[in-house]
Design a protein around this ligand. Structure first.
Ligand code: C2O
Ligand code: CU
Length: 551
């Protein structure tokens, strides 16, 4: 196995990602950052220099379980102190499973500023995958705001709440075209005023890649949006879904792919269309009213001008508010071959029923789980729990369930029923845990889609249900035969999602909605398991809060 060393300078730079110049947090001058490539079993070492001048940072390796290295998970307040401006921190971890993963900032809402990228782990040479292809490409989907991360965060913490609003643009591999610069260039030459707007150099839909006719491409598609759920499609080309979050799935052919923040998929695309023209690859907002122009990129065929816009109008995408095909896609995923994964433990030792509500707490709008909105403590949990620091977080455990018999999920929660706390669920090492996420409506009476991501583990996705989960009735309907394993799962509007995992990774792990505004408003819980089995903590993760004075 190899060791891959990377050295990153993290700094603000003026970038023009969507034809509008704006500050972005960059890695060695780039946003998104470079794709990290490695092979299963390799070690990745990233030395991070924080050159942000006035801002802390921390970097999370999304989808990497950090077995025996829980201090490298990069979550400020959970597994480490912030990396201060001027400081250097080294992440060192093993990538133990092939798959399509990410990295991104995990400090406040800093991901919004563009500090992210992909991490691709290949299967070792000679190990066959359950499908074949000629070449692979990465496709990173993002959404993008012109307001700074500070304006967004302060707005969310204000009374009344100033919401971040819909993104100004969507980006494909870090490039997009802000609406005023969009020129539809209709096929019959009818002119569009926007086509005459003077545009900055390079302001045009990017080329996704150039395809050779007859070849099959594996696209590793990932979403690190801060808010938006997306639909991704390539005009005229169907896609075969073969991997989700690092696990091979039973192949499903789709015309378009719904993808939520924190999810990754591999899709196979065959270059089997008329090669004399180019095609649109598009990402569209779904699940929230579509007020953002869809992102367009160009799938080119060899021999054509790779930047030539396709002769067809820009695709419109599916209706944003049609939930049914989204739930259907979620339910259609199954493991490729049951032998490829561990069998599902037949029953859970413990089940947590987690109700997601939006609450008014102390004059602020928050998200809460069973009435508790998570506040990150100033001392990272991993340090305070491992070293037994008393009083560094709220010791009273959060509720395991909510009053599911009488609770009405069609109504916002009654006033004044939430608290802000830094409490933790403590799990027995090796125990089997069920998490059932229950959705409801927010204070505006709408029910949103929340992509939930678990650190340190993968889970089996046992069921998606409509309405209210009933433990007596619905536990019997869990799919224990061929559920897919994932690390991020959608909680659909007014529905519930059930997952199961084994708490076998000593450490302290965050489980949260992957929408930046939501986790910032407290939509997260923390699990601890076997912290006494964690090896000696590196000094480099300490230095803040009550860990300042530790020997
Ligand atoms: Cu991709 Cu806790 O995040
Ligand atoms: Cu959410």
């Amino acid at each position: 196995a190899k060791v891959h060393h990377h050295t990153w300078d993290i700094a603000y730079r003026y970038k023009t990602l969507d034809c509008v110049e704006k500050l972005a947090v960059t890695i060695n001058g780039e946003s998104p950052g470079p794709t990290i490539h490695a092979t299963q079993g390799d070690t990745i070492v990233v030395t991070v220099h924080n050159k942000l001048e006035t801002e802390n940072t921390g970097i999370h390796w999304h989808g990497i379980r950090q077995i025996r290295s829980p201090w490298a998970d990069g979550v400020v307040g959970v597994t480490q102190c912030p990396i201060l401006p001027g400081d250097t921190f080294t992440y060192r971890f093993v990538v133990d499973r092939p798959g399509t993963y990410f990295y991104h900032a995990h400090y406040g809402m800093q991901r919004v500023a563009g500090l992210d990228g992909m991490l691709v782990v290949s299967a070792p040479d000679g190990v066959a995958e359950p499908f074949t292809y000629d070449e692979e490409r990465t496709v990173l989907l993002m959404d993008w705001w012109h307001k700074s991360v500070y304006e967004q965060a302060v707005g969310l913490a204000s009374d009344p709440l100033k919401f971040v609003g819909e993104p100004q643009s969507l980006l494909i591999n870090g490039r997009g075209v802000f609406e005023p610069f969009h020129c539809s260039r209709a096929p019959n030459g009818s002119s569009d005023a926007a086509c005459n707007v003077p545009r900055p150099a390079g302001c045009a839909p990017p080329t996704l890649f150039t395809a050779v006719p007859g070849k099959t491409y594996r696209l590793r598609v990932g979403s690190l949006t801060s808010l938006s759920a997306l639909n991704f499609a390539i005009e005229g080309h169907s896609m075969t879904v073969v991997e989700a979050d690092g696990y091979y799935v039973r192949p499903v052919v789709v015309d378009s792919l719904f993808i939520y923040s924190g999810e990754s998929y591999s899709v196979l695309v065959k270059a089997d269309q008329d090669p004399s023209r180019n095609y649109w690859a598009a990402s569209h907002v779904v699940a929230r009213e579509r007020n953002t122009t869809s992102a367009m990129a160009i799938l080119s065929y060899a021999g054509n001008d790779p930047r030539a816009p396709p002769p067809t109008p820009r695709p419109e995408g599916p209706a944003w508010d049609d939930v049914r095909p989204r739930v259907e896609q979620s339910r259609s995923l199954a493991v490729a071959h049951p032998d490829h994964v561990l069998p599902v433990p037949p029953r859970a030792d413990r089940a947590l029923l987690l109700l997601n509500t939006q609450n008014r707490i102390g004059g602020h709008t928050k998200w809460a789980i069973n009435g508790v909105s998570l506040a990150f403590p100033s001392t990272p949990y991993l340090v305070s729990m491992k070293r037994g620091l008393q009083g560094a977080y709220d010791a009273r455990p959060p509720p395991e369930t909510y009053d599911y018999r009488s609770y009405d999920i069609a109504k916002p929660p009654p006033a004044a029923n939430g608290t802000v706390a830094s409490a933790v669920y403590r799990l027995a090492l090796g125990s089997v845990v069920d998490l059932v996420l229950q959705n409801t409506v927010a204070l505006n009476n709408r029910s949103e889609t929340h992509p939930w991501h678990l650190h340190g583990h993968d889970f089996w996705v046992l069921a998606y249900g409509d309405g209210k989960f009933d433990p007596e009735r619905d536990t019997a309907r869990f799919n224990l035969r061929d559920p897919v394993m994932k690390n991020t799962v959608a909680l659909h509007p007014k529905g519930w999602t059930a997952v199961r995992f084994v708490a076998d990774n000593p450490g302290v792990w965050l489980f949260h909605c992957h929408i930046e505004a939501h986790v910032y408003m407290g939509m997260a819980v923390v699990f601890e398991e076997g912290v006494d089995k964690v090896g000696r903590l590196p000094k480099s993760i300490m230095g803040c809060g009550r860990s300042r004075t530790l020997p």
